[in-house]
Ligand binder design. Structure first.
Ligand code: SF4
Ligand code: SF4
Length: 264
């Protein structure tokens, strides 16, 4: 049995005990696929990572207001759409340069973004950090890091304490303050919905990877602005790009070691 599976079962056992001791913590969501034994078709990696090429986003944005990746992710994962900011649930979203890369501002970079990238917003998502503070603070191990680097969120174990949200310096986690189900457009029956009181976030589409399919956002991008792959494989496309082109990461000074890279 691989280490991830062993760890998962160990934690699941502890959670079952916790649920037995505290009935109010009982299962708060539909079945959430865990790290099951992979199918022969599964896409695997030593270390998954992603590149977001904002130059290509800019091309799409100049032609139309492109949010294809957001729509694909939301539809795939039953992410609700609330009108109020207070209730917003975000897996992948757009933000301004100053939010994406605080501390990197200078007037020349601002000019570059304005002139060359036509003010294109920056796509942001969970960075699946190598050193994730969200994992360290979770009191019930509802969030954990797999050996391939994916930072998971188990809806069954989440007790909604929001420690992980406070610890994440990227705002990559959202709490369902109210029942999200009435706010899901067309429910995808292949993926579980969540309930009030649980935290959720991007999972690097682990459930799609487990059946041999690339992440929904990557698949949906007509400009091929999102590159997903094994950063530990010297022959992978993502590694070739990382080796030959300058990239930046969000808030690297915090020591979280994000594995989402940006080309501006
Ligand atoms: Fe955790 Fe935030 Fe890093 Fe994602 S971006 S792994 S939620 S600290
Ligand atoms: Fe959403 Fe999957 Fe893209 Fe993460 S990798 S933002 S879960 S579509």
């Amino acid at each position: 049995m691989d280490r991830d599976r062993r760890d998962f079962l160990k934690v699941a056992g502890l959670s079952a005990l916790a649920i037995g001791a505290a009935p109010h913590l009982a299962c708060a969501a539909d079945d959430m696929p865990g790290e099951a034994i992979p199918s022969p078709k599964a896409l695997t990696a030593k270390r998954w990572g992603m590149i977001v090429d904002i130059r290509k986003c800019s091309k799409a944005t100049s032609e139309r207001k492109c949010v294809d990746c957001v729509v694909a992710c939301n539809n795939t994962h039953n992410v609700p759409s609330f009108d109020s900011k207070q209730h917003e649930v975000k897996w992948i979203w757009q933000t301004g340069l100053e939010n994406a890369f605080p501390g990197e501002e200078n007037r020349f970079l601002d000019e570059y973004i304005t002139d060359t990238l036509k003010g294109t917003p920056i796509m942001v998502l969970c960075n699946h950090c190598d050193n994730p503070p969200c994992v360290r603070v979770c009191p019930v191990q509802a969030t954990f890091r797999r050996s391939d680097g994916i930072v998971m969120q188990d809806q069954h174990r989440c007790i909604g304490c929001r420690f992980c949200m406070a610890a994440c310096p990227y705002g990559a986690r959202s709490l369902n303050w109210v029942d999200p189900r009435p706010k899901i457009g067309q429910v995808n029956k292949e993926y579980p919905t969540r309930t009030r009181g649980v935290v959720e976030k991007c999972t690097f589409c682990f459930s799609r990877l487990s059946v041999g399919v690339i992440p929904a956002c990557v698949e949906s991008c007509k400009e091929k602005a999102l590159i997903f792959g094994d950063v530990d494989d010297p022959n992978s496309e993502i590694r070739q790009i990382l080796r030959t082109q300058p990239t930046i990461r969000r808030k690297p000074h915090l020591g979280t070691r994000p594995q989402v890279y940006y080309i501006l």
